[in-house]
Write a protein that binds this ligand. Structure first.
Ligand code: FES
Length: 99
């Protein structure tokens, strides 16, 4: 089951769209990239280099790096502590060995 946003008593930022692996994903200013990706049903954000095991949001507070993604060409950005921007290009790391 995909994650859902809290609907009651929430003040959200403006709606925006980010580009994730070439697809548009709805998000709101003020939320993290991880939150937008979880709501979009994207649970695997990278794979381990050697065994290609899936990794995603684990600690949710910037400590484990399991949520590392590429943002605007810059690798190893932690999705759980990175706020959404409207013009953001995100790549999940599926089979790269250079990051
Ligand atoms: S989920 Fe652990 S650093 Fe993002």
């Amino acid at each position: 089951m995909p994650a859902r946003r809290i609907e009651h008593d929430m003040v959200r930022g403006a709606p925006v769209q980010i580009q994730v692996d070439g697809e548009r994903v709805d998000a709101f200013l003020g939320e993290t990239v991880a939150a937008a990706l979880l709501v979009a049903g994207r649970l695997t954000l990278r794979r381990t280099v050697r065994r290609q095991r899936p990794r995603g949001v684990f600690c949710g507070m910037g400590l484990c790096f399991d949520c590392a993604i590429v943002v605007d060409g810059q690798p190893n950005i932690r999705a759980c502590v990175t706020p959404v921007r409207g013009d953001m290009r995100v790549e999940t790391i599926q089979d790269r060995d250079d990051v």
